[in-house]
Design a protein around this ligand. Structure first.
Ligand code: UGA
Length: 388
């Protein structure tokens, strides 16, 4: 919406990499940093090949001094590596590197942009570093109150992004771990969250128990943090943060196991209605969504699946199943059915809610059936809720 309005006025899209690098005084590097799939640190460390390629291009096409800004989420001390690449691949040009991590969440990006809790800018403690920081502060100061713009050294800024996501995810794993204890003791996890969150020192956000956190960032960033700690020989610290991801995996498996136990382990011939595939509501993104793991476990136990999500595209769900499940299946398999309308409640034996879409709150089902509610939103009587 914003881009449409301002395109051609202050936003210009172009594939002329050389020309635009040459013209720019400041360059934001906002490339992907997925988890490495091969080589040293595979499955944990961030793949910096896109960052490196981007730095090489900047060095190649720069003819004057530049401020290069890390916008991607990066491991601590990546700025060092970027500087090395820039200097190795150019002559007589001064590059000042700043770190300015992104804290927007999907679904609320524009709101977050205008009402950021803070804008973080890290740079070198040199004269040119401080000058570069000031130029970036001046841009943000156009809409962010100055007291919310925090300037730090570059390493604090790089680490703060990983640490912020780790803290948020840790809260979700903490409440999810307690949801298991609630189920054993008769405590109610929603009441627990409320009671804990009313302590203003703790706060109420990110204490909603769920089938597990997803999204492209939390797991990737924590594993990256774990890898960094291991790299520096801080094994206890690495283990501490790794546990956040392990609890998340445990929660997904624990939820699937509830469905399996409901059928005494025999899911053959049972059809399970999947309500939601996105990793959270208000997005069509399913990256690292709990739905991917839960569906695979139930399929492996013989279940047939009917999958519905109001926003996630058919081809995304197909890709998740065909390429991200550990077992190889084809979407032509008769046990998998992706539908574009809310599944008729007569067609399935049980339902599982994986995403907190509003339309799933009021779903009514026959009294012989059960909703396994992975988001604690259902108003239906016959349900299993997390942590209750
Ligand atoms: C997250 C952070 O919130 C952003 O600040 C950050 O900029 C972004 O990652 C990023 O690094 O790019 P996002 O992945 O869009 O944003 O999603 P969140 O709203 O943080 O939710 C993450 C997951 O946690 C979702 O699956 C959500 O359902 C789950 N969650 C969240 C819970 O299960 N319980 C909660 O109480 C809160």
């Amino acid at each position: 919406m914003l881009l449409k309005k301002l395109e051609g006025e202050i936003f210009f899209f172009s594939d002329d990499i050389a020309g635009n690098i040459e013209k720019a005084e400041m360059i934001f590097m906002a490339v992907n940093t997925p988890t490495k799939t091969e080589g040293e640190g595979a499955g944990m460390a961030a793949d910096l090949s896109y960052v490196e390629a981007c730095a090489k291009d900047i060095a190649k096409y720069s003819k004057s001094n530049k401020i290069v800004i890390e916008k991607s989420t990066l491991p601590v001390r990546t700025a060092e590596k970027i500087k090395e690449i820039l200097e190795e691949n150019s002559t007589d040009i001064h590059f000042e590197i700043l770190s300015n991590p992104e804290f927007l969440a999907e679904g609320t990006a524009i709101e977050d942009l205008f009402k950021s809790d803070r804008v973080l800018i890290g740079g070198d403690d040199t004269l040119s570093g401080q000058k570069a920081i000031k130029s970036l502060v001046n841009i943000y100061a156009n809409w962010i109150p100055i007291q919310k713009i925090l300037t730090t050294n570059i390493w604090s800024s790089e680490l703060a992004k990983l640490a912020s996501n780790a803290f948020l995810a840790q809260r979700v794993s903490s409440i999810n771990s307690l949801s298991a204890l609630c189920e054993k003791t008769g405590a109610n996890v929603d009441e627990l969250s409320k009671a804990i969150g009313m302590d203003h020192r703790i706060g109420s956000k990110f204490l909603k128990a769920s089938v597990g956190f997803g999204g492209s960032c939390f797991q990737k960033d924590i594993l990256n943090l774990v890898y960094l700690c291991q790299f520096y020989g801080l094994n206890e610290v690495a283990d501490y943060w790794h546990q956040v991801v392990k609890i998340n995996d445990y929660q997904k498996k624990r939820f699937a196991q509830k469905v399996i136990d409901h059928f005494d382990g025999n899911l053959a011939g049972k059809r399970i209605g999947f309500l939601g595939w996105a990793f959270k509501s208000n997005t069509n993104d399913s990256r690292e969504s709990a739905a991917i793991k839960v569906s695979e476990i139930l399929y492996r136990h013989g279940a047939s699946l009917s999958i519905y999500d109001p926003k996630v595209q058919y081809k995304t769900i197909v890709n998740d199943i065909e390429n991200l499940w550990e077992i190889k299946v084809s979407i032509k398999d008769k046990r998998i059915n992706i539908v574009d309308k809310l599944i008729s409640t007569s067609q399935c034996d049980v339902f599982v809610i994986l995403t907190e879409w509003k339309e799933f709150e009021q779903i009514e089902i026959a009294s012989t059936k059960v909703i396994f509610d992975g988001r604690n939103i259902s108003q239906n009587q016959n349900k299993f809720s997390i942590g209750k």
